[in-house]
Design a protein around this ligand. Structure first.
Ligand SMILES: NC(=O)C1=CN([C@@H]2O[C@H](COP(=O)(O)OP(=O)(O)OC[C@H]3O[C@@H](n4cnc5c(N)ncnc54)[C@H](O)[C@@H]3O)[C@@H](O)[C@H]2O)[C@H](O)CC1
Ligand SMILES: [K+]
Length: 516
């Protein structure tokens, strides 16, 4: 499902109005009616229900006036609170404000703190608050009257329905700037906005309805919109299907280069992640001193010893061995638990640039790439990087807050500059491609915030590439399947679930999507 930024949505709006001649008031009417339809799905009859419509000064407020009119027509009791003065309202919004004025609806201007209590009292006696304060025109921070009104709305304990986007949530990033309305429902128009799916904004949206407001589909389809939500149908279509005649050789050869003396678990989980994703033959190459330990941990995975430093990490002599193993593999996953010894980092960089197969680069291999992202352009195939925000911060020299403040923008810029696929992990993982294409994942849960789940993801993506998926599709599908496995594992209790629980749930997630 595509998601449009505020500017893309404005462009679509303007084309519909200017090129197709659809009056803005028609779009506004359709937007308002879409919210009424949603309210009708909650309450069979709106008659006698009490509504407070909180309206801003722009077209989001205009939608609010349309909603107020239809509510009044259905016999509901409506109070409209306008943040500002009527004189300041113009355009399509003013047309609809004048209509409800002529209808004699109760319109109260909020122009100072003396008016705040009016909202508080009316809210206390309402069944529902309609948030038509700010939509895609929101800029900067919420402050002053707006901030206090949002506080009152959130404290009222009433059902809140947001018009287009919860006020105070930035449409493009999901950032909350000052205050944001906590809605139970959001009705968004045309296309959904990224901020409805990215935290913390995603926590304000409640149940999202995408409403068609009559914009010609040709207008939407011709827009070069590059943000998407990963949907089950898309993943179902691209996941590999196994032939009845399959044997372990037909499901790919995965090489995992991972582990160091005190970090064997990460290596084991990455290797098993590939297996659980359906990879045929998985080889784990790790420092020789881990050989026996890993061989005991992993029954189905072949283990190959590598030359190691005195601290138990792979050393320069291991490069030749790793490239030899890589030459017989369909994909290499490198990084989990490798350690950060400079000699190991140097060996990693040499291997990444010399390997001739697709790469999934994670954890300490990302550590080795800090300051060396230019090497990614030398990779034989488009590499997949799977950083968490901390690793992304180190690679981009940003701080973690800056990364999380604009996850889509940071991932997109890095993918374009470095020439790679970026899987920026976290609550709502973002997958970014060099051409600017973005996929936002909505599977998964907070129970996955536990050590090792990232190692499993690395293995899952590698395992899908080993089975013939492109790195592009494997990154998108892998993220979705991994999150779904987390949701399956969380059915046994979200808090306290482990990466091993998630690992075991990967086949069930695959089965849930493909039926096999
Ligand atoms: N196709 C569609 O998507 C349609 C969308 N509609 C609605 O129109 C809004 C966008 O309207 P716009 O006038 O561009 O902006 P807003 O109403 O969201 O807000 C602008 C308004 O708010 C003031 N403002 C901005 N930032 C702040 C702030 N930090 N604090 C206080 N006030 C702020 C600004 O000055 C303006 O006055 C869209 O979301 C839909 O709801 C159309 O109605 C139908 C088609
Ligand atoms: K709103």
């Amino acid at each position: 499902m595509r998601v449009a930024t505020a500017s893309e949505m404005r462009e679509i709006d303007n084309i519909a109005i200017d090129e197709y001649g659809i009056p803005g008031t028609v779009l506004m009417e359709n937007a308002g009616v879409a919210v009424i339809r949603r309210l009708e799905s909650i309450w069979e009859s709106l008659a006698e229900r009490k509504f407070c419509v909180l309206a801003g000064k722009g077209n989001n407020g205009g939608d609010g006036y349309v909603i107020a009119r239809h509510l009044a027509n259905q016999g509901a009791k409506v109070k409209v609170f306008l943040l500002g003065e009527k004189a300041g309202i113009s355009g399509d919004a003013r047309i609809n404000l004048d209509i409800i004025d002529k209808m004699g609806l109760d319109i109260i201007e909020i122009v100072s703190e003396r008016d705040w209590d009016k909202v508080k009292v009316a809210s206390a006696f309402s069944d529902c608050l309609v948030d038509a304060l700010l939509g895609t025109g929101f800029r900067g921070e919420v402050s002053g009257d707006m901030a206090h009104i949002i506080d009152i709305m959130n404290a009222a304990g009433k059902l809140v329905i947001a018009v287009d986007i919860p006020s105070g949530v930035e449409a493009d990033t999901g950032r909350i700037c000052g205050k944001a309305v906590q809605a139970a429902y959001t009705v968004t128009f045309g296309l959904p906005k990224p901020g409805l799916f990215l935290y913390p904004g995603a926590e304000c949206a409640g149940e999202i309805t995408v409403a068609d407001i009559g914009i010609p589909t040709a207008v939407v389809s011709r827009q070069n919109i590059k943000q998407n939500i990963i949907m089950a149908g898309m993943v179902q279509a691209i996941l590999p299907r196994r032939s009845p005649a399959a044997h372990k050789g037909t499901s790919g050869r995965t090489l995992v280069i991972a582990g160091s003396r005190d970090l064997s678990g990460a290596a084991a989980m990455a290797a098993e992640g590939a297996l659980r994703a359906g990879a045929g033959l998985v080889t784990l190459s790790a420092p020789a001193s881990l050989q026996n330990l890993l061989a005991m941990k992993l029954t189905e995975v072949m283990t190959k010893p590598l030359a190691e430093t005195e601290t138990g990490g792979i050393c320069r002599e291991a490069v030749g061995e790793m490239l030899q193993l890589a030459s017989g593999s369909d994909v290499v996953a490198i990084g989990p638990g490798l350690g950060r010894h400079e000699e190991t980092a140097s060996a990693v960089r040499e291997t990444i640039t010399a390997a001739q197969c697709p790469l999934v680069i994670d954890a300490d291999a990302l550590y080795a790439l800090a300051g060396y992202t230019n090497l990614l352009n030398e990779c034989a195939a488009l590499p997949v990087l799977t950083p968490h925000p901390g690793e992304m911060a180190r690679l981009t020299k940003l701080d973690v807050e800056a990364v999380n403040a604009d996850r889509v923008g940071v991932a997109r810029q890095a993918a374009g500059e470095w020439g790679c696929i970026i899987v920026l992990k976290g609550a709502r993982t973002v997958v970014a491609f060099p051409d600017g294409e973005i996929y936002i994942n909505t599977t998964g849960n907070a129970g996955m915030a536990t050590g090792g789940t990232g190692d499993v993801l690395t293995g899952v993506i590698a395992g899908l590439i080993a089975q013939g998926m492109s790195s592009h599709d494997a990154a998108v599908a892998g993220v979705y399947v991994h999150g779904l496995a987390g949701d399956v594992a969380a059915q046994g209790g979200m808090v306290g679930m482990t990466a091993m629980d998630l690992l075991k749930a990967v086949p069930a997630a695959l089965y849930g999507i493909t039926g096999c």
